[in-house]
Design a protein around this ligand. Structure first.
Ligand code: FAD
Length: 656
């Protein structure tokens, strides 16, 4: 399926231009630019939705490359992965085939905020992702650098907007498309930095994307600049692990994907991680050499929640920082020192590493480096990720100011679905803040914008207790199946079975009554806070920490035993019981938000000249730039006052 260049015979999925001047110019329904985490999800999603899709990327052998950390998931990020999976996306399934250390974070807190996470074998991930992408029906992959976009003349019936109709490659060849998705990551005018040295590159070993950055700027997109960095890699055999704290993986491993009951590797065969710390000598090396470190001096913003060691030393002086030593893969000789992202000159990086406990004799194989790149202000895109400025042009991933594989994957799947729906003139597929972390991510980006790399956290979501990792399928799989057509029959059936089993299980648990003598045997502590002769529903008994479905089923084998046969079902029933009463109260708040989200603002409102609505010029400017699609979204734009929202609401009601 890889097309080095197009000939009529090679490409069965493209059809060809009717243009007599260029009769063999290929034409796809959806063209995706970039084979990173956003691009692979976007291309696969568009193809799953039934669109003839082309993935155009610099190099096929870097498809699925993990540019920085050898891990997926974490707090908030694990939620995104579950939601991508619920829409039949790829990254969760590929992680279940490639992980080397699975551990759920935040276990001490409630399951709503558990963070599914795993160390991933980089090589395996890339191999498995490439296998998946190259075998996806309706998807063709071609190597090439996109330099320019082909645009139609502005169409008056669409308020003068132009439409993208294809791309131009570096060799001048053209490919026509009905929708185009840009997922170019850190490549737009990318510059690598080590010490005082700076040179153009998208990431180590890859050329930057300059022509495309210029095209976007010329089109009038507002462009900003961000930076990020990666730590050095260390030879495994040069580390003294024997004096460090060892972290073992969970047993059993919790898979990322709803369709997997286990992961590819047993817990006892997984690799450990080790913990060490920085010390005052590390701070000294950083502080004494700031003049040799141009990345630190740059005013461009870096990732707040994944900062470089230099930022940590400057922001939190005299503190010790954790450094996790993480395996890069099953047969890799490299260790990734998480927490040690650095852009000092190479010899100073070596000096810094060797003053850390356990790393005294460490051999640095690759130095750490920083990258600075262009991103596009995400207030220029709609919640379906289509740009306001150019019709049928979509942006997803780091290009929108986010950081992280999971944030990129989440946007990729939504852009792929919407690019495909757009071609078929179907309504956009938008996830609201009340339905998923994907909705929170996209709503934050499109209404608030960002001036630093944006990453997901559970604290960003208002409805954390409803948007749990365990129930992403019941929130999104059915919508994905019915409205987008991006979910396979097999996944749909699995989600339907789980939904009906949960409903049935909950109703059975509500119907069983435990006498006080019976429940006191299971939860003796509870008798202190409750009257002696109270009867409890089995669902209430299950809420207690020490009770699980196994224990309940031992007390009442019939009819409860059957709900313990599937581990996931038993765990989900326990979680449903835990949150039953709080969720009941949250439903009203969710309904209030959904009511505001249902109040659509006309797409082509000209806020700058709009008459009959009292709005300050500042508010008009903000609305003009972000173009919110609903009253709910308008109310979340900073500076748009409650009075302005009431006036807008009146206007919408009188015009609808
Ligand atoms: P990428 O994965 O970067 O993929 C972009 C793809 O687009 C590439 O395949 C590229 O070849 C292709 N491409 C670009 N331009 C063109 C073109 N014109 N034509 C054709 N193909 C093109 N994330 C964190 O969460 N924490 C970190 O600490 C962190 N540190 C990082 C450090 C470095 C040095 C780098 C490079 C990235 C780091 N990241 C970090 C970010 C993480 O790698 C990205 O968030 C994630 O990979 C973004 O996915 P993406 O799909 O948007 O872009």
């Amino acid at each position: 399926r890889v097309a080095a260049s197009f000939t009529k015979q090679q490409v069965s999925l493209a059809w060809f231009s009717g243009d007599s001047a260029a009769p063999w110019t290929p034409h796809f329904e959806v063209v995706v630019i970039g084979g990173g985490h956003a691009g692979t999800e976007a291309a696969a999603a568009a193809a799953r939705c039934g669109s003839r899709t082309l993935l155009l990327t610099h190099r096929v052998d870097t498809i699925g490359q993990m540019s920085c950390n050898p891990s997926f998931g974490g707090i908030g990020k694990g939620h995104l992965m579950r939601e991508v999976d619920a829409l039949d996306g790829l990254c969760s399934r590929i992680c279940d085939q490639s992980g080397v250390h699975y551990k759920v974070l935040n276990r001490r807190k409630g399951p709503a905020v558990w963070g599914l996470r795993a160390q991933i074998d980089r090589k395996l991930y890339k191999q498995n992702m490439q296998k998946e992408i190259l075998n996806t029906q309706l998807l063709t992959v071609q190597e090439g650098a996109v330099e320019n976009l082909i645009l139609t003349e502005p169409e008056p019936e669409h308020t003068g907007k132009c439409r993208v109709s294809g791309v131009v490659l570096a060799d001048g060849s053209k490919i026509y498309a009905d929708s185009v998705i840009l997922t170019t990551g850190t490549f737009l005018r990318g510059m690598i930095v080590i010490g005082l040295e700076m040179y153009p590159a998208g990431r180590l070993g890859d050329k930057p994307s300059i022509g495309l950055a210029q095209t976007l700027e010329k089109l009038g997109f507002v462009v900003g600049r961000l930076k990020t960095g990666t730590p050095p890699r260390i030879a495994k055999e040069s580390i003294n692990f024997s004096i460090l704290n060892k972290q073992t993986p969970d047993n059993p491993s919790i898979p990322f994907s709803f369709i997997n009951e286990t992961v590819w590797i047993k817990p006892e065969d997984q690799l450990p991680c080790y913990l060490t710390h920085t010390n005052p000598r590390v701070d000294e090396i950083v502080l004494e050499n700031l003049h040799l470190n141009s990345h630190v001096k740059e005013t461009t913003r870096g990732p707040r929640y994944c900062p470089s060691i230099e930022s940590k030393v400057l922001r939190f002086p005299n503190r010790v920082h954790q450094v996790w030593l993480e395996p890069e893969g099953m047969d890799s000789d490299l260790i990734y020192p998480q927490g040690l992202s650095v852009t000092l000159p190479v010899e100073l990086q070596e000096k810094m590493i060797t003053c850390i406990r356990g790393l005294e004799k460490a051999k640095m194989i690759h130095p750490g480096y920083g990258v600075q790149y262009d991103y596009l202000d995400p207030r220029q895109i709609t919640p379906s990720l289509e740009t306001h400025l150019v019709q049928r042009l979509f942006f997803a991933g780091q290009i929108n100011g986010t950081t992280g594989y999971e944030e990129a994957a989440a946007q990729g799947v939504i852009a792929g679905i919407n690019a495909s729906l757009r071609v078929r003139s179907k309504p956009p597929f938008v996830i609201s803040r009340t339905e998923g972390y994907i909705g929170v991510l996209i709503d934050d980006l499109t209404t608030l914008g960002t001036n630093e790399p944006y990453r997901m956290f559970t604290s960003r979501a208002e409805f954390r207790l409803s948007l749990r990792p365990d129930n992403a399928d019941s929130r999104l799989t059915f919508r994905g199946y019915r409205e987008a057509g991006c979910v396979s029959q097999q996944r749909y059936e699995r989600a339907s079975w789980m939904k009906s089993s949960l409903e049935e299980g909950i109703s059975v648990l509500k119907s069983i009554e435990f006498s006080s003598s019976k429940w006191k045997k299971l939860i003796p502590e509870a008798s202190i806070s409750m009257g002696k002769s109270v009867h409890l529903r089995a669902l209430d008994v299950l809420k207690y920490e020490e009770v699980d479905m196994e224990l309940l089923a031992r007390a009442v084998p019939e009819p409860l035993k059957k709900y313990t046969k599937c581990r996931e079902l038993a765990e989900r029933l326990k979680i449903e019981a835990t949150y039953e009463s709080v969720l009941f109260h949250q439903q009203q708040e969710i309904k209030d938000i959904q009511r505001d989200e249902a109040l659509q603002l006309p797409k082509d409102l000209d806020y700058l000249t709009l008459k009959d609505v009292s709005l300050s010029f500042e508010v008009r400017e903000k609305l003009h730039f972000s173009r919110p699609q609903t009253i709910g979204a308008a109310s979340r734009i900073p500076g748009v006052t409650p009075a302005a929202i009431i006036n807008l609401l009146r206007y919408v009601k009188t015009t609808q």
